[in-house]
Each structure stands twice: as structure tokens, then as C-alpha cells.
Design a protein around this ligand. Structure first.
Ligand SMILES: Nc1ncnc2c1ncn2[C@@H]1O[C@H](COP(=O)(O)OP(=O)(O)OP(=O)(O)O)[C@@H](O)[C@H]1O
Length: 259
């Protein structure tokens, strides 16, 4: 199922924050959305998950407009991890993760043994199983972020959209999570992640969608999109080349001084 963003425009308040954004995203691949603060990255993933109104264009899963889908079917198709990892209910972590199964349950149906096994697997995969019986309000920011991620994995969505999933994770959990997302895409799902870390984006993503001021600057294979020129143009940074196990990575090392 392809995720097709076509001429998308979004207005928030009086401001148009996305202008004519188009990108045809393929399942089985990890796509990183990158751009400066305020570029419109979060708004774009929210629009893809039908969480904000659009003022023009469309977002489709193959031929189906995401806004026209039945909400439960849409929740099975698209899993969304918001940027803000706040949880307002003080329930235990396992119950938060189990919420991810809700779109798969019939009305009033109790979770089956299979649902519970999927929840456990999602918690193992995110290293949160040891937190299962802890109230989420008592967890650290990074622990809570991993529990919320487990909730999205537990929903087994065809498309997983994660807004800055690395933000509160330590380096080893960042690396683990990116590997996990790659594996998830390898199973045939589409994965879209908003990232600020250019190096992690180059390591983890197949494709990159670079946006600035609500417009697409470039979209395509990550090595074609993230170049010294585009990084200078969009972020105003100069880069050095790092070779890591046969992989060539551009690393931001300083600002480009303007006269
Ligand atoms: N409710 C709102 N009303 C008006 N403008 C908004 C609203 N929410 C966000 N914006 C503006 O929309 C623009 C895009 O915001 P968005 O959160 O999508 O950016 P972003 O690229 O995700 O930024 P960041 O990297 O800082 O998270 C910003 O200029 C922001 O100030």
C-alpha cells in the first residue's frame, strides 16, 4: 500500500504551513523527514495520519483518501507516534501498550491470547517488558517514550509514522530503535520518521524528504537528497565526510558564516 501525498496544503490558524507538498512513499522503505525547526515536518506527518485538516491536495493509501477512511480501519493502517511523549493517564505500561490493539478488537471484545502475545512482543522489542507493571507516570522520559513506541508497534500498522522518536532516547536505544524500524520496514510496512539527526537519518533511512518553509526541497534516495549543497542551503551548515565501515556519512561540523 503506497502512501501518496499529492499537492498537500495545510493552514494552521491564518498561516499556510505546508504548500503543495507531493511525495510518493513506498512500503518496505524507511523515509526520513528532515528540515529546520518550524519547517512543517510534524504538520506533514499529522496530515498523513489525518489528524489535521488540509486546505488543498490529498493524502492517499493507494487510491483511498486517508480522511475518508473508517477511523478503525485507518488506525489499523496508520500508526502515529506523536512528538510529545506526555501521558495523562496513570495506568501501567502494559495497559498503555495494549491500547495499540484496540483498532483490531471488535466492539466490547476482550483481547485474545494472540493480542496479549503481540503486546508482549512489542514490549520485548522496545526493551520495556521489565516496565510492564509500572505506572507510566512514574517512568523516565526515555522509558515512557519506548512504552509509547511499543504501543504503536503493537498496532501492527501498515504505515508507521513517528515524529522525532529518538528525542529522549540514549545513544544505544537510538541505535536499537532505528534497527527495529528498519526490521519493521523489512517486513513490508512503510516507516516514516521525523528526524533532526542527519547522521542517524543517513544510517537508517532509504529515502529522505527534505522540507523548508513548508515546501519540498528534495525527495528521493537519502544519498541524493542529503548532499553538502542541500545541507548548506537548508540548514546553513558545512559538513565533513566520515567513513564508517564502508558507509560514507556527512556530519555537520559548523555553521556557514555569512558575510
Ligand atoms: N496551531 C497552530 N497555529 C498556527 N501555527 C502553527 C500551529 N501549530 C504549528 N504552527 C506553525 O506551523 C509551522 C510548522 O510547525 P511544525 O510543528 O509542523 O514544524 P516542525 O518542522 O515539526 O518543527 P520542529 O522541528 O520545531 O518540531 C511552524 O511555523 C509553527 O509555528
Amino acid at each position: 500500500m503506497d502512501l501518496i501525498i499529492d499537492g498537500l496544503a495545510v493552514k494552521l490558524g491564518k498561516r499556510t504551513v505546508l504548500h503543495d507538498v507531493s511525495a510518493h512513499l513506498k512500503p518496505g522503505r524507511v523515509t526520513a523527514i528532515l528540515g529546520p525547526n518550524g519547517a512543517g515536518k510534524s504538520t506533514l506527518v499529522k496530515a498523513a495520519a489525518a489528524l489535521v485538516d488540509r486546505s488543498g491536495g490529498s493524502v492517499r493509501l493507494d487510491t483511498q483518501d486517508v480522511r475518508a477512511m473508517d477511523p478503525r480501519a485507518r488506525a489499523r493502517a496508520i500508526g502515529y507516534l506523536p512528538q510529545d511523549a506526555t501521558v495523562h493517564w496513570n495506568i501501567v505500561a502494559r495497559d498503555v501498550v495494549a491500547l495499540g490493539r484496540m483498532p483490531h478488537l471488535g466492539a466490547h471484545a476482550a483481547p485474545s491470547a494472540e493480542d496479549r502475545a503481540i503486546v508482549d512482543r512489542a514490549m520485548h522489542d522496545t526493551e520495556t517488558i521489565h516496565l510492564a507493571d509500572r505506572p507510566v507516570g512514574e517512568l523516565s522520559g526515555g522509558e515512557r517514550a519506548r512504552v509509547l513506541l511499543a504501543r504503536v508497534f503493537a498496532g501492527e500498522p501498515r504505515w508507521l509514522l513517528a515524529d522525532e522518536p529518538l528525542a529522549s532516547l540514549d545513544p544505544s536505544h537510538q541505535i536499537d530503535l532505528l534497527a527495529r524500524l528498519r526490521t519493521y520496514a523489512g517486513g513490508g510496512a512503510g516507516v516514516v520518521i521525523v528526524l533532526h539527526d542527519l547522521v542517524q537519518a543517513q544510517r537508517a533511512a532509504d529515502d529522505a524528504l527534505l522540507i523548508a518553509d513548508g515546501r519540498v526541497v528534495a525527495f528521493g534516495p537519502v544519498a541524493d537528497v542529503l548532499t553538502p549543497d542541500t545541507l548548506a542551503q537548508v540548514f546553513g551548515v558545512r559538513v565533513a565526510l566520515l567513513e564508517d565501515g564502508g558507509c560514507r556519512l556527512l556530519v555537520p561540523v559548523g555553521r556557514i558564516e555569512t558575510a
